[in-house]
Design a protein around this ligand. Structure first.
Ligand code: COA
Length: 196
């Protein structure tokens, strides 16, 4: 091929076209491989995993990113959770995670695409707040802060400054205190047995 004009030299390193869609049953193997590659073997020992185990993601809130040749390159899931408020009445929210992008396409904007869509879908579906455990410098750009999640506790070891929340309505997490617990649909027993 003839030498590219300097005008186009950046295009050789451009990321492929990526689109988002809902996760499908057939994505399991590719999604697991992606999570292993992006997060490593310790990923199943996280406290968030204790909330997710044996549950289905919240309705319509398991998204994947794929390239135009059908390769899965990103994933995000959200889960129904609740925590008690000061009067003991449960406050409902979503727990976001894991979010992961294929390492060879990191910093191409795929994580941000998934996050923006996940937040928007959560809002459109009537949820009031999202919590997650992650890096504040990254999730802060989507509106997450530690302050609104200050009263919450994960079921297992966690770093307080990494437990973050996003309120769609001011005060949606106000008074939310104590242990975050799963409140979503349970995985059918046969699928749970296959997943552990
Ligand atoms: C974190 C992750 C999802 C980001 O996805 P991505 O597609 O690479 O991110 P984007 O391209 O949308 O955004 C890139 C920007 O985020 C920043 N960023 C990425 N990870 C970051 C982190 N952990 N802390 C702070 N900033 C981070 C990058 O520096 C870059 O900043 P810039 O826009 O100023 O250049 C991805 O790197 C990943 O899968 N990491 C491994 C799994 C993981 O850690 N998941 C999150 C659990 S907390």
């Amino acid at each position: 091929m003839a030498a590219l004009s300097p005008l186009f030299s950046d295009l050789t390193s451009l990321a492929p076209v990526v689109s988002l869609r809902l996760e499908r049953a057939g994505d399991v193997a590719a999604r697991e491989a992606l999570l292993d590659a992006a997060m490593g073997a310790g990923r199943t020992r996280k406290s968030s995993e204790a909330i997710r185990r044996g549950r289905l993601p919240a309705e319509g809130l398991a998204l994947v990113a794929e390239t135009d040749d059908g390769t899965l390159v990103g994933t995000v899931r959200l889960w129904n959770v609740e925590a008690g408020d000061a009067n003991g009445a449960p406050v409902s929210a979503l727990l976001l995670g894991p979010l992961a992008v294929a390492p060879h396409l990191a910093r191409s904007g795929i994580g941000s695409m998934l996050m923006r869509r996940a937040v928007a879908e959560s809002l459109w579906r009537g949820h009031r707040a999202i919590v997650l455990v992650g890096d504040a410098p990254y999730y802060g750009r989507f509106g997450f802060t530690a302050g609104v999640a200050a009263g919450l506790v994960m079921p297992g070891p966690f770093e307080r400054h990494r437990l973050l929340g996003l309120e769609f309505e001011r005060g949606a997490l106000q008074g939310a205190a104590g242990l975050i617990r799963a409140s979503g649909r349970r995985l059918p027993a046969t699928e749970f047995a296959a997943a552990v």
